[in-house]
Design a protein around this ligand. Sequence first.
Ligand code: PMP
Length: 457
Amino acid sequence: MDTLRSNDPTAIMAADKAHVWHHLMQHKPFEGGVDPRIIVEGKGLRVWDIKGRESLDAVSGGVWTVNLGYGRERIANAVRDQLIKLPYFAGASGTIPGAIYAQMLIGHMPGLSRVYFANSGSEANEKGFKMVRQIAHKHYGGKKWKILYRERDYHGTTIGTLAASGQVERAMQYGPYPDGFVMVPHCLEYRKQWDVENYGERAAEAIEEVILREGPDTIGALCLEPITAGGGAIVPPKGYWEKVQEICRKYDILLHIDEVVCGFGRTGTMFGYQHYGIQPDIVTMAKGVASGYAAISACVTTEAVFDKFKDDSDPLGYFRDISTFGGCTSGPAAAIEVLKIMDEEDTLSNVKNTGAYFIDQLQGLADRHAIIGDVRGKGLFAGVELVADRTTKEPLAEKLVGGVVADCAANGVIIGATNRSIPGYNNSLVFAPPLIATKSDIDEIVAAVDGALSRAV
Ligand code: PMP
């Protein structure tokens, strides 16, 4: 068969339609003449598809990953140089970029000291879960094996991480799941579950209630996103995190923070948990680690967690986990450049300033569009919850929400939505532009949303 030429869009689209199974996608419409979107090139915040259409990417590669934007030759060159020198060696050995990067990363995470490399967010979270399980077997005689997770949070797509999925639609039809994963209530005040003054504290107490119901000596860890991302941009209310930390300490429960989305500046601090003055035991990260220029994730722990696996009297005592591509050198080589660029360009300041402007502008839209029920977010992660009725807060129909996303895309701005995660509540628009966004980029995004909302109902 002839090699397909990259400058033959018709042939590329035909090959894609015939052979590529896209993620999160119903393929039936492709049979009816709909073309798949094929992205060809990017620069800064802009991407171009195979039909030559330019778009402003307000979701950093679709799932909030290309934090530093497209076309960073410096990162690509670092990857290239490293690949020529040494592309790979299995993770039982060390590598130069791995060691340098681990030290740089730990410099941004006071109280943590050990970096376990993997490839994806799901995998990093699985590592955390496995650590908790092995600690339970080795140190608690099989107790403390349960892992708590929160309604609306997401931790990945594997069977283990789906067992911990607070986005219930994502987990449907893939069971049965492993035992020992227990859900705690979400903390979104807009969708109130308790009528109290101090909502943050009350939502944290709800976690304590689950702990007491299950038995504190059965629970090993609590795994939470610092700010829930795909579940609807949920910024925990005041008082929540302090109380959560207190509860974990009280019952000797490890605090596992999933920074897969919030890590590396997305919300204005290097990690999302750092807004709240808390000290996690396990932190997982993926998307922003290499800003999409290489596949790398990590599970970072305290020395106390690491020490639980140091025992040469037990032949099974070390962390008996491996990940073939956790030994790739391109990941840390790219990730080193990401940290350097963030420092040199003062990315965090831009996220704080431009992010505040973004949320302000979205709030301005709420004055003009009655279908906006709530605007939430922090830094350059924002969500707009759409409702059919502001008083009853009835969620806007998913089809109409999808229409807003499609309208923006047709007008050159790619945005996202909570995608089949919470039955009946797939009604939020989500935004996570690259962290280099300027106010004029934000104006362009907000103008597209403004127009789309005017045409929505
Ligand atoms: N945790 C969170 C908070 C996520 O948003 C995601 C992915 N969207 C994951 C984990 C899973 O990451 P991955 O797709 O790289 O496995």
